[in-house]
Design a protein around this ligand. Structure first.
Ligand code: SF4
Ligand code: FES
Length: 178
């Protein structure tokens, strides 16, 4: 990100809490946790008018109906994207039964009613991709530091250019404002 195009999403670096960016809309608030984002597919392809990597802010929650925004966010496998509906809206219901799928390089893709213990304590989750190799710097979540970063990984080629993703940062000069 270059100066002058800083993403105005509000970041919440509260001690003991995950670092999130928050995008407030009229009908829905979207949060984004950059370190958990693993690929650029479901959000940007599912609702490009809301999720657009070439724009700052890259998330415009009011650019589609809240129900559509929520539906596309539920497709985000990593849980990097979450939503909070305005008063009266239904919160995300966890999948039942809970499912666990092991990726080719060890990642664990889980969906359901989850309690995930990590550096920020116990978090209630509905979607997560957990590290299965031990290399992630964002345990217990996968961050593509391990063998899952290989080109034959099923999502590797799709994660370029995602705001704040460690891979993007490593390819480009460090940039502030994210
Ligand atoms: S992992 Fe990242 S790129 Fe993929 S759907 Fe979630 S937020 Fe979008
Ligand atoms: S499985 Fe991806 S970093 Fe460990």
């Amino acid at each position: 990100m270059t100066e002058g195009t800083a993403d105005p999403g509000t970041e919440s670096p509260i001690a003991g809490k995950p670092r999130l960016k928050e995008y407030d809309g009229e009908g829905i608030t979207v949060t984004f946790e950059p370190r958990r984002c693993l690929h650029a597919a479901e959000c940007v392809h599912g609702l490009p008018e809301v999720f657009d990597l070439s724009r700052r802010p890259w998330v415009l929650p009011d650019a589609a109906a809240p129900g559509r925004v929520a539906e596309v966010i539920r497709r985000c496998p990593s849980g990097a994207l979450q939503y909070h509906p305005a008063a009266g809206g239904a919160a995300e219901a966890p999948d039942a039964p809970t499912t666990v799928r092991r990726g080719p390089s060890g990642q664990l893709v889980v969906r359901g009613d989850l309690s995930v213990t990590g550096r920020d304590g116990v978090r209630h989750e509905t979607r997560a991709v957990l590290c299965g190799c031990g290399a992630s710097g964002n345990q217990p979540y996968c961050d593509h530091s391990g063998p899952c970063a290989e080109p034959d990984d099923d999502v590797a080629e799709e994660r370029q250019g995602v705001p704040g993703h460690p891979r993007e940062v490593s390819r480009n000069p460090p940039r502030g404002g994210r």
